[in-house]
Each structure stands twice: as C-alpha cells, then as structure tokens.
Design a protein. Sequence first.
Length: 274
Amino acid sequence: MKLHKPHKRLALGALLLGVAAGGISLSKPRPVAATEILQSTGLLRGLAVPFLWTGLGDAAQKGELRQALNLGRLLLRVVPEYEMLWQALALRYAYQLPLAKSSPEREAGRLMEALVILEEAGRRWPHRAEPRSLAAFLLYDRCLGQGAAAQARRRAFEELSGLDTEQQAAKLLAAAGRIRGAPLAVDALAPQLALSTLARGERQLAAQLLERAASLLAEFPEPDPAERAEEEIRRQLYQRFARWLRENPSAELPPQLLEELREARPSDRSKEDR
C-alpha cells in the first residue's frame, strides 16, 4: 500500500511547518511513513529503512558526518522509488547534520548535499514540484535571513557553490511554478515560511517570499473556476500582507492579517490531475 499523493503533500507540509517552527526534533526522527514503506517495498527492504535511518541519526549525533552521509546515500539506494525519503533526507542534512559547533562552511556544505539530493529527486520526478520548492525553502531559511549566522552561511554557500543564493532560490521557485500543478507546492509553502521568518523578526524577507508566491499564482492560475477563485483570495492576501510589511517596517504585526496567513492553505481538493 502506498500513500496517496495528497497525503504525501500533507506529510511534507507538516514536516516543513514543524521544522520552521522548531517544533519537530530532528535528532532521531522516525522514518517518514515507515509502515507504508514496509508494506510497499517488501519485508527486507522495508526493515532496512528504519535501521539505516536510526543509524544515520546516531552517527550524526556523534559528529560522524561522513558516516551519516554514507548511510543516507545507502538508504536512497535501498528505496530510491520512495519520493518522501529523498525530501526527508534533505531536511536532515540541512538541519540536523550541522551541529551546534559547526562552522558556516560545514553548514553550507551540508546544505549543498541537501540540494544535490533534491536535484536528483527533481530528475526522478520531473513532474513534481516539491523537490524544487523544498530546495528553495532551504536556501531561504538557511541563507537569506538577516541574522549573522544566516549571512555567514550565505557567504560560505556562495563561495563553495559559485552561485548567487537569492537568484538560485528564485530560479528554483520559478522552475517549480512551471510544472503542471506545481503552484500547489509553492502556495502551501508560502504561509509557513513567511510565518517562520516573521517569528525571527525578518519582515522584508517575509514580504519578498509572499510577493513571489503571489507572482507564481498569478502566472500559473488554476484552470478550475472554483479553485481559481480560492487561489485569487490567497494571492491577494499575500500581496496585501507583503505591502503592509513594506510600508510598516517596525509597527506591531496586525493580528487579523496574521490569522488570515495562518489559515491560508490550498483547498483539500487535489490538483494532481490538472
């Protein structure tokens, strides 16, 4: 039995929200949908997944990063067809492997490992937006904040990769938006990421994210009239909130707009068949 795709999206959204809010411990996370993996891959491969995942976590906790990376790669070879594992592993590389005493260069290196995994996932599933939108999320969240740590990671990432971080994040979001049915992934991501950046006091970054989400929704509208109307409501909310943030850089955040942003989400109706 495999997870239906809408449930996979919900699982990713919940995981991203927990990471952004600091509410999910990445020290020893359970494998994503371990029961479904066991049922869909057969006994031997299914049993290998939690074993490798736990070993990866143990190695990371001990600071054995090379061992953790090797176990992660082995995990993907065992069950390469399970898309959510690629995304979960990228999250682990980006958030859990950079330990408390990591240098910006090491953290940037782990981020690059995560982006490579998501790039490979994008090639395996070219019609899925999640690998690209998650890669953009990681760049925004790890490198494009105003704090000293984020700025240090950005400098290290750009030196190691030769890429402009902001341009690369925008490129990934645009690539996700060009995939049929893809705005759902970006649309679901925007409120979560904007709220996490607002919680850190980074208003201009939140405004930028909301403006880009609104732009993608305008460029790739939902063909179904009812869902297009819902998208338009969210697009206008993103624009309105972004404009308020630009015009009020230091005023107290408006409770009504915050509540609307928390409740903003795509319809439960799937866009898989668009």
